[in-house]
Design a binder for this molecule. Sequence first.
Ligand code: PEP
Ligand code: MG
Length: 886
Amino acid sequence: MTKFVYTFGDGKAEGNASMRELLGGKGANLAEMSSIGVPVPPGFTITTEACTFYYKNNKAYSDELKQQVMEGLKGVEAVMGKKFGDPNNPLLFSVRSGARVSMPGMMDTILNLGLNDQTVEGLAKASNNPKFAYDSYRRFLQMYSDTAMGVDIHKFEAVLDRVREENGYKHDSEMTVEQLKEVIAEYKKIGIAEGKVVPQDVNEQLWGAIGAVFGSWMSERAIFYRKLNNIPADWGTAVNVQCMVFGNSGDDSATGVCFSRDAATGENYFYGEYLKNAQGEDVVAGIRTPQQISKIGNERRGLNLPCMEEEFPSVYAELDAIRHKLEGHYKDMQDMEFTVQNGKLWMLQTRNGKRTGLAALKVAVDMVREGLITKEEAVTRVEPGHLDQLLHPMFDKSAKRDVIATGLPASPGAAVGQIVFSAADAEAQSAEGKKVVLVRVETSPEDIAGMHVSQGVLTARGGMTSHAAVVARGMGIPCVSGVADLRIDYAAQTLTAGGKTLKAGDMISIDGTTGQVMAGELPLVKPEMAGDFGEFMKWVDEIRTLKVRANAETPTDAQTAKDFGAEGIGLCRTEHMFFDPSRINHMREMILAKDEAGRRNALAKLLPFQREDFVSLFKIMDGLPVTIRLLDPPLHEFLPNKKAEQEALAQQMGVTVEEIVARTASLHEANPMLGLRGCRLAVVYPEICEMQTRAIIEAALIVADQGVKAIPEIEVPLISSRKELEICKKIIDETAEAVFAEKGKKVEYTVGTMIELPRAALLAGEIAELADFFEFGTNDLTQTTLGMSRDDAGSFLPQYVTKGIYERDPFQSLDATGVGKLIAMACKDGKATNPNIYLSICGEHGGDANSIMYLNQYLNGVSCSPYRVPLARLAAAQAAVKAKKA
Ligand code: PEP
Ligand code: MG
């Protein structure tokens, strides 16, 4: 028999925290909390395997599952001393999703399950609170109709709005029992009109709710979220069926969300929000503005509503003790949900809290200092992608701020962009290359694609735990929420605040760290690299084994790379040095020359420029290696293709325009990725390789005289055979020897090659015998292996992914299923014939965390663009920690 149901509650549990794959994150943690003595309402978890079974069997439940759910129900009934469907004193359930990893707001929940026309009366009597009973019933009808039956939620909201307006109420909670009954009657009419009537049979309700949760795993928004976060579809979701506790059963009841530390800044104090006399959905929906749980939370946020610490002092003390217990138990910052029912505290959920990059860093560093975790653990607590946030510019402190409103600092960082009022507009305009800030009254899961492409998000309603806040923090984009003074008019496409009206398309600046909203475009400044960040990166560097260098050829990029911690230049693309107006014509003269003498003449003019370039790079990288790649692109790329430019060049060179056009045509490569380029240029025109080698060696000797240690590494591009490297290496070595003889001094240098063609990867063993290093050009190697470029693929790739031909974008990361495997193989073959060879990758994947995780075991280093250096360092440290564990 397969066990599909795991029970918890009453200080016991069948599962535990390690069973997250089977029980989902929420289920595993409910079990864990229950067994360590944290008060958890009893219930049971239906496994993710049951979900997988459901989808494999045409959305049918197994008989085993049915039987086990019924037994689970009986267990909860026994603990609570109440019965499901009892017309006098009914036991009610919540039914919630719970995947292996949290997918906030993506899947469905149904509360108050077990209410019908009879049990609602029983609940009214038993609780001695008819208003609470009827309010719970109308909530149940609404949620069930929406999630299990697919009725448009707005139809229900319209009923509530009407009743509120007719009676001049501000909040739903002002409604009387009679009015609630009227609302319920209206809800039922909607169900009848749509042919979607909520079942009165409580067991039917339960199975409908379980099906709805399973169904929500395949909802469009959940699928999108999974794609965004690389979550496999076959994981499935678990379902948690748990005894209801009521935060809306009077003024001695409440519900809230809290974090063991501040999830926005990482500061170590108890942070949270709650609502009195409310259910969880009210907090998350962001419709009522919640109160803070702690005095310090009020202080930090500059708020002054009464807090839980003042209103419920003993419950607060118990909650604070649980906060410490759970954080100590899980050794990570916890995100907890709780409910207080008539003065009794219940914990509904705990999980490792999502946090901003800023908070992730602070929490990790603080926890090491507190002795809670090791440095190795700390480096795994910050997502490499999150570093982007820390390295992102902030607003210039000295700039004058035209603050038009202030809200909650929901997700830190600075965002500047043009105002858009819908997620669809955000997507459309960002596709046109515009930077946008999404402004909404509140956001909902439908908005995530639009949020993803926005610079930041601004909402009029919602607290720190509203949808907008949680999702923005997860995405690492700035967010200001709950700006009470903000008036948004979707129809007019305007927002009004602080006496100013801004239109769609106007610039706006939001500061997710302070909550300020400013009209116009505020200037941005570079981030601070010292402090906690510096300390953390020191640990990262102690732990990682992979070297991290940068791709750079200008002094500015080289300096930036060094500031970000690059241990040298991994790829200097020399062709980029020939496009400067002062040089391009010498280059063109060389290309257009009719014979070797003419080429040598032109190359002699380029030599001083190249030498000077290398002198400045060597000086910046004093003592660190600089890999210089010899000329790579096909020559036609250097010739003008506009008529006017061709004429000017003809005049300058003393040739006819026709000659220029003819030469350009003769050089044109049908496939500019292949053909006469890379090392083939050096084989056919050795004088180009000679000039570049001379410039490199002379530059190294010049700086040596100034006390600078140059470590030149000369890289032969795009080889496809050992013979090519042999020829190029001979030219390089002979040229270097000639320079040494002329100057009467020497400098160490190495010679290696770029592996960008599958053939070179296949011949890695024999090529390595001649090479001091291999650098895999992963951009070209991906294209040449797959037989398409990213641009070619652009038009059909999404279809290929949906049709399952590719599981994911094959350009995305290197792993064992594709180009990564080819690299791994070439590394092994190369090391076998030359154990001292230095192996690295450059190209986009050098700065991709997943590729680094996979290739860490094969490589000595990576090289990436300067801004990605910190990310690569962190990913390398995480790979090292993982390798040590394995
Ligand atoms: C590569 O192909 O990965 C590479 C680094 O070379 P380039 O981008 O210059 O073609
Ligand atoms: Mg390349």
